[in-house]
Design a binder for this molecule. Structure first.
Ligand code: ADP
Length: 437
């Protein structure tokens, strides 16, 4: 730095000496000094102009203006910082290109859009899956191109929690699953994948279970019928009686499992929109179920108390609701010891929900099992459940019925109190006026 300035100072001293010599020769001291100073300024301006031209004409590093002194340093520093920023820009461009390639190669479609739902960027898969073109469709509203009502609903609420399932606008056979993800302020990402294969697999699995159950039902009915006949036949040797009785019990159990599997597969596969919803009189179902369970209650010396809000009906499928209610009440008897007290309530929970609550004062269910109770064939104590005629499918059926009615199930349990509560949306539950109840 000092070297650059010493050149500059020497240049200045040279100028002053030149002015003095000119003054000495011509005798015009002031004019000589002024002429030298003007010459220096002119040279300075010329250098500045050179620098400006070099900057304006796109920074060619090999055409650096020829200079020395302070100018040399300024030019060198500008050049260095210019080279650095070119390299940085190149790196950023490379990185961006690489990211672009990675996102484009993803098997998922990616659409970036803003708060106004205007598409900012898409990858190749967006075209493959939905026909959204990264050349022509950028700048368009996403909901003008994807017209599925599920997408419109999700964009309205900007729901980032739930996955959206919809049919591809390009291929009616393809089922797509999308999720909205926040990227940064004002920027969102729609991530879409093809789940057709998964859906197909699920259908195949469900169809197989339904068909297998159906096929097993007929031979089992025949076997069970013959076993019943043999049981009643006095000519059957005594030593076979026990074996026949046990076989009959097991056949009945298998029939129950098959019946539950068929119920479950119907609940899963039925196209919900095709099932007509009717007003279901839940108080009536509860009365009938309590009546039907009287014998079991008496046999187990259980007591049952009911609080039923009269006329509180919901829109739904009666057979499904009956099955769920029976399962919950039956469980409270089946999985608790003799003498247990059961309370069943059917009431408006709040302005949004009506709820069925089955409470028993049995031994309770350990915490770690609660989250798994609605899984198929899950039992807390397998041996005990089988002994009591359980299939392990009851609560799966309950969960599906409640889900199909847009409700939710809560299970709470501790020693001395187990509560199963099924809540149904109140939009299905007409408000009953005072004089009706
Ligand atoms: P299961 O056919 O065995 O009744 P469910 O799916 O209906 O099958 O219930 C799953 C398990 O949950 C049962 O095996 C039982 O261990 C437990 N369970 C359900 N209800 C109760 C209850 N009221 N009290 C204690 N345990 C219960």
């Amino acid at each position: 730095m000092q070297a650059y300035w010493s050149i500059e100072i020497r240049r200045l001293i040279g100028g002053v000496v030149l002015a003095l010599m000119l003054g000495f020769i011509t005798g015009y001291w002031l004019i000589s000094l002024l002429a030298t100073a003007l010459g220096y300024i002119a040279w300075f301006l010329y250098k500045l102009r050179q620098l400006q031209l070099w900057l304006v004409h796109d920074f060619k590093p090999d055409e650096l203006p020829d200079s020395d002194g302070a100018w040399e340093q300024i030019v060198t520093l500008i050049n260095r910082s210019r080279q650095k920023s070119i390299k940085r820009k190149q790196k950023q461009e490379e990185l961006l290109q690489r990211l672009n390639n990675i996102i484009s190669a993803l098997p998922d479609a990616v659409i970036l859009f803003d708060d106004q739902h205007i598409i900012q960027w898409t990858n190749n898969m967006a075209f493959e899956l939905m026909g959204i073109n990264d050349q022509t469709d950028v700048g368009q509203r996403i909901d003008n191109l994807l017209r599925a009502p599920e997408i419109a609903k999700a964009l309205n609420t900007m729901d980032t929690e739930d996955a959206i399932q919809f049919i591809s606008p390009r291929n009616a056979q393809a089922t797509l699953q999308a999720r909205i993800l926040p990227v940064e302020r004002g920027l969102w990402l729609l991530n879409v994948r093809d789940i057709s294969q998964r859906i197909q697999l699920q259908h195949t699995r469900k169809a197989f279970i339904a068909n297998a159950s159906h096929e097993l039902r007929t031979p089992l009915t025949v076997v069970s019928g013959y076993l019943e006949l043999m049981q009643e036949d006095p000519e059957v040797p005594q030593h076979l009686a026990m074996a026949i009785q046990q076989s009959r019990e097991q056949t009945l159990r298998m029939q129950q499992i098959i019946s539950d599997m068929l119920t479950l597969s119907k609940l899963e596969t039925m196209e919900r929109t095709h099932i007509p919803l009717r007003e279901v009189n839940v108080p009536d179902i509860l009365k009938n179920t309590s009546q039907a369970l009287t014998d079991t209650l008496a046999a187990q010396s259980h007591t049952l108390e009911t609080y039923i809000e009269p006329n509180l009906t919901i829109m739904g499928v009666e057979s499904e609701l009956t099955s769920a209610i029976t399962n919950l009440m039956d469980n409270a008897i089946k999985h608790t010891p003799a003498g247990t007290h059961i309370v069943v309530r059917w009431e408006r929970l709040n302005k949004d929900y009506a709820a069925l609550t089955v409470t028993d004062n049995g031994p309770g269910i350990p915490e770690e099992h609660i989250a798994h109770l609605t899984e198929r064939f899950y039992r807390v104590d397998t041996g005990r459940s089988r002994e009591r005629g359980g299939t392990g499918l009851g609560l799966s059926i309950v969960k599906h019925v409640i889900q199909n009615h847009q409700g939710y199930l809560t299970i709470k349990s501790r020693v001395g109190e187990t509560i199963f509560q099924a809540s149904f949306p109140a939009r299905h539950a007409p408000i009953v006026s005072e004089n009706q109840s």
